[in-house]
Write a protein that binds this ligand. Structure first.
Ligand SMILES: *[C@@H]1O[C@H](CO)[C@@H](O)[C@H](O)[C@H]1NC(C)=O
Ligand SMILES: *[C@@H]1O[C@H](CO)[C@@H](O)[C@H](O)[C@H]1NC(C)=O
Ligand SMILES: *[C@@H]1O[C@H](CO)[C@@H](O)[C@H](O)[C@H]1NC(C)=O
Ligand SMILES: *[C@@H]1O[C@H](CO)[C@@H](O)[C@H](O)[C@H]1NC(C)=O
Ligand SMILES: *[C@@H]1O[C@H](CO)[C@@H](O)[C@H](O)[C@H]1NC(C)=O
Ligand SMILES: *[C@@H]1O[C@H](CO)[C@@H](O)[C@H](O)[C@H]1NC(C)=O
Ligand SMILES: *[C@@H]1O[C@H](CO)[C@@H](O)[C@H](O)[C@H]1NC(C)=O
Ligand SMILES: *[C@@H]1O[C@H](CO)[C@@H](O)[C@H](O)[C@H]1NC(C)=O
Length: 629
């Protein structure tokens, strides 16, 4: 109800009915109470423990048998001595609660001094206690200074830069109205979401506002509706709730246990009925599933999950999930869409971005792990209707629920599903072709293979006659230049991340420049790759044998303690496997080529073993670029 209407209404009836208001001439003392005009709310002195003298001033439901307080004035400063207190409206238009010695225990501090005759404190039908000037202006209202309860129509500001910004603060115990460590209100770092804190640590978080004006709606057992809304005034957001006319008494309360509850009074059972509570008892608590994990509330029994491309970081989700494959810088424009998400916390709000610009904002940033976009057209009154959020680093406190929004997760290119599917299909086909080819070429192998290998060997012997070591595999000998470890360290700037071209199951690939200026790609086999000395030698010999203009050339190798390094020529453009697999189109081709070649060599290797086929050069040509011979 608008203040002016209230004032007019009250002006008409106040002469006969004045028990809903205090004036400077009529203070409130223990034993008496104000009752709102509709009889629903009462203001007075109380003691929650029912034993000592009244020690608090508060507002409660006047028509509900179970005493339920919705507001307390002096919650941290109770009246301690046995003598009764007094609540007065001063000539400065303030409400002041004082004890029998005249000490002020609580005051509204308006300090409004000009023209003050006729000021009154009125308990409205909504449960709002307001201090009104004679012309109807509200100087102060209890709805702007809540304790632990939100009543219908009461706004909870989300913007921390709001004059009215405040938090709900829970009672310390069932009978102790003092402020506890649990508080709830707008998140000052974003102005877009509501958080419950336990001290300074978040305990629960509502997903960032996405432009929906009605964020939840509940229907009670007798058909009434209550609706949770977000209202946007100017550039400030408020959370509030409204109820249909036929509804019973309703409230939202931050319970002393830290749980936020939505309650309705059931007159049949004479008790408060809980509609919803947050956090729910499952995995809903803040960051419960750890970084990169999310709580799936669409399951019958909500439980933690990892994003695809991630695996649990340990036996349970206490440490969240980790990437199966590192996000490669310049990994490009690859995103996986997760629908129906409670989007994570700790986002960066980028202003004035369309959805494509928002995506670009994330894809060009190496540290960007995800983005989410929403259009605020129905709410915002400012010019910027966009809500582009990006995440740099870990994704914490994510969830999945029925009304969630889209979250776009930045992923390493090689984990795109499409790609792995193509690999799954293409590799067996190639393997079959190789088998057929190999079988049909066995006789060629027998007759011509040996000669050719010898030729390669001679070629290498000529090219790298100095600084070469012989490698023996079975009864074959191939010569490859050995490059000393120090040279590789120098070439790659001590394997600096800056020079890293890519990474895979076999290890990392670095770009380097050897003395003399040759650009090389150095594959550093990871110590955990399980590639032992034999396999290493095997690969060396096979790749050396496979020298072909469509393959990346192996220039040398290096071993040092348990380091195993392969040095390839650096090809800035696509090569064989770009043709083979046709989809490594944009980034870091060289590194991936080398990794794929390793896979290719393994296939060949297996065939070699199975069929004792000495790999002839013709075979390479079959899978080389058409017309390349
Ligand atoms: C509160 O007081 C009433 C009557 O004065 C009494 O019947 C009731 O047991 C008391 N409750 C508690 C919790 O002490
Ligand atoms: C308020 O003002 C009236 C008249 O101006 C005066 O009689 C009264 O004592 C004042 N009350 C207080 C609490 O100062
Ligand atoms: C109100 O006035 C009193 C006394 O003059 C002063 O101590 C207090 O700080 C003032 N409060 C505000 C909010 O200005
Ligand atoms: C009401 O009166 C106060 C002071 O007398 C004044 O500041 C305010 O603007 C007035 N409000 C309206 C709506 O007239
Ligand atoms: C709140 O924090 C306190 C102290 O850190 C802790 O003992 C308590 O368990 C926390 N409460 C919840 C509900 O997690
Ligand atoms: C209370 O009981 C009456 C009669 O059984 C029923 O019509 C009404 O819906 C009930 N109210 C609530 C709030 O359950
Ligand atoms: C998860 O595992 C760690 C140790 O691995 C243990 O300390 C922790 O209590 C476990 N948490 C849950 C919720 O089981
Ligand atoms: C805005 O409101 C219109 C109609 O009220 C609705 O169709 C549309 O989905 C809303 N858009 C958003 C982003 O909420």
């Amino acid at each position: 109800m608008a203040p002016l209407q209230v004032f007019l209404l009250l002006s008409l009836i106040c002469l006969c009915k004045s028990d809903d208001r205090l004036t400077p001439a009529k203070p409130l003392s223990a034993g008496s109470k104000l009752v709102s005009d509709n009889g629903v709310f009462a203001l007075g002195f109380f003691s929650p423990k029912n034993s000592t003298a009244d020690s608090y001033v508060g507002i409660w439901y006047n028509n509900i048998p179970e005493r339920t307080y919705v507001w307390v004035a002096n919650r941290d400063n109770p009246i301690t001595n046995a003598s009764p207190g007094k609540l007065v409206v001063t000539n400065n238009s303030d409400l002041v609660l004082s004890d029998s010695q005249g000490r002020a225990l609580w005051t509204t501090m308006n300090n409004f001094t000009s023209g003050t005759t006729g000021t009154a404190a009125v308990l409205l039908d909504s449960g709002n206690l307001v201090i009104q000037l004679p012309n109807g202006t509200d100087l102060w209202q209890s709805f702007h200074h809540p304790t632990d309860t939100i009543l219908p129509g009461m706004p909870l500001p989300l913007s921390a830069n709001d004059d009215l910004y405040t938090r709900l603060v829970a009672w310390r115990g069932p009978d102790d109205p003092a402020t506890s460590d649990y508080s709830m209100g707008g998140d000052p770092s974003s102005d877009l979401q509501v958080v419950i804190w336990n001290g300074t640590r978040p305990y629960w978080r509502r997903s960032a506002w996405n432009g929906e004006l009605v964020t939840a709606s509940y229907q009670g057992s007798t058909g009434f509706i209550m609706t949770l809304r977000i209202v946007y005034r100017g550039d400030k957001l408020y959370m509030t709730f409204t109820v249909s006319d036929d509804s019973p008494s309703m409230r939202m309360v931050l319970h002393y246990t830290g749980v936020f509850r939505f309650l309705a009074w059931n007159s049949n059972s004479s008790s408060w009925e809980v509609f919803t509570e947050q956090p729910s008892p499952s995995c809903d608590q803040y960051a419960y599933c750890g970084p990169f994990g999310y709580c799936d509330a669409t399951e019958t029994v909500p439980k933690c999950n990892c994003f695809s491309g991630f695996e649990p970081n340990g036996v349970n989700f206490s440490r969240g999930c980790r990437r199966k494959e590192d996000l490669k810088c310049g990994g490009g424009d690859n995103f996986l869409t997760f629908r129906g998400m409670k989007i994570p916390d700790k986002f960066v709000y980028v202003r004035n971005r369309g959805i494509d610009q928002c995506r670009a904002e994330c894809s060009r940033n190496c540290d960007c792990t995800a983005y989410a976009y929403a259009n605020l057209q129905n709410g915002s009154t400012s010019d910027d209707m966009s809500r582009c959020l990006i995440w740099l680093g870990e994704l914490v406190d994510t969830g999945k629920f029925r009304d969630g929004e889209n979250l776009y997760l930045h992923i390493a290119s090689s984990t795109v599903d499409k790609e792995s599917n193509v690999l799954k299909i293409v590799l067996p086909i190639i393997a079959s072709i190789l088998i057929l080819t190999c079988v049909s070429l066995v006789w060629i192998c027998k007759s011509r293979g040996k000669r050719r290998i010898k030729k390669i060997k001679n070629k290498y012997a000529r090219q790298h006659s100095k600084n070469s070591k012989s490698i023996e595999l079975e009864n074959e000998t191939i010569e490859l230049p050995y490059i000393c470890f120090e040279d590789v360290v120098t070439a790659t700037d001590n394997f600096s991340d800056y020079n890293m071209l890519g990474k895979g199951g076999f290890g990392k690939v670095y770009k380097g420049r050897l003395q003399g200026g040759n650009e090389v790609a150095v594959k550093r086999l990871s110590k955990s790759s399980g590639q032992g000395a034999d396999e290493f030698r095997n690969e060396l010999v096979l790749i050396a044998k496979l020298q072909h203009r469509n393959l990346v050339r192996l220039l040398g190798y290096c071993t040092h303690k348990d380091e195993k390094l392969l040095i390839y020529e650096y090809l800035p453009n696509k090569s064989l496997d770009a043709f083979l697999f046709g989809m490594f189109c944009s980034h870091g081709q060289v590194s991936r080529n080398i990794l794929r070649i390793t896979e290719f060599v393994m296939v060949v290797n297996a065939l070699n073993f199975a069929l004792s086929c000495k790999m002839p050069q013709e075979m390479v040509c079959l899978i080389g670029r058409p017309g390349s011979r």
